[in-house]
Write a protein of this length. Structure first.
Length: 254
């Protein structure tokens, strides 16, 4: 059984200590509360301070939680708020379309699936929450790359792997796809990531009009497409779902 890393345990204990009780604590208070030598406590505090997790008051020398923790906390809340706001709408989309629905966000140079609604039939399906999808080939990834500057940078600065013969990998061609996505408000993946699978996705915006995620319908090509093109009613349904979730997040009408 792997052992825990002591320095990380001590850092976590220090953050919990600063999160409770008094707003600011001195080095001696922190060290004595955690049973640490002052030198050890000071070293951990300096590391946490360098990473933005702890701040030191210039006047008193006391320590408090830093802004980086607030940023991380807000990110956590944003993801969970997005999922909570999307639950009813994605259920409705799966039911009306007859296909599976995925909700994704940008994470570690890819798309993290944070919610998955099964196709409403009796077929055997695997829950994909927590799965990662590529940015450059999937419908979710293209939408995020088109609307989110960070996702765009991550998609264009890396080598784009060809998953099938249809995968667009050349930078100029990929940028043209993103321009098309922004122009029409949705993205497609017709056998670019998986043979026989097609998907359509639209962006979700928050109250600041910033892209916070994307929603997609995914299914077999013969069901999602008609004569090689995505079925227009599915495109409309995905876009309306994205608009509804965006409105619930405070984006207003658009």
């Amino acid at each position: 059984m792997a052992k825990n890393i002591q320095s990380l345990e001590r850092a976590a204990a220090m953050l919990r200590l600063l999160a409770g009780g008094e707003r600011r604590l001195g080095l001696s208070d922190i060290a004595s509360s955690l049973g640490l030598a002052k030198g050890t406590a000071h070293g951990i505090l300096r590391t946490l301070q360098a990473e933005g997790f702890v701040e030191q008051d210039a006047a008193s020398g006391r320590y408090q939680l830093g802004a980086e923790l607030l940023r991380l906390g807000n990110s956590y809340l944003d993801v969970h708020e997005l999922r909570a706001r999307a639950l009813v709408w994605t259920d409705d989309l799966a039911r009306s379309s007859g296909e599976s629905v995925h909700l994704g966000v940008l994470h570690q140079h890819g798309v993290l699936v944070i919610h998955h609604v099964f196709r409403p039939d009796d077929s055997r399906q695997v829950l994909e929450v927590g799965a990662m999808q590529p940015l450059h080939s999937t419908a979710l990834g293209k939408v995020l790359s088109a609307y989110d500057p960070v996702a765009h940078s991550e998609a264009v600065e890396v080598e784009r792997k060809a998953f099938t013969a249809r995968t667009v990998t050349a930078l100029e061609d990929f940028e043209e796809l993103l321009d098309l996505t922004r122009a029409r408000g949705w993205a497609a993946d017709v056998e670019e990531t998986w043979e026989g699978v097609a998907s359509v996705a639209a962006p979700i915006h928050d109250r600041r009009r910033m892209p916070v995620g994307a929603v997609a319908i995914t299914g077999a090509v013969e069901r999602v497409c008609d004569r090689g093109e995505l079925r227009s009613e599915l495109v409309a349904a995905v876009r309306e779902c994205a608009r509804a979730v965006s409105r619930d997040l405070g984006a207003g009408r658009f």
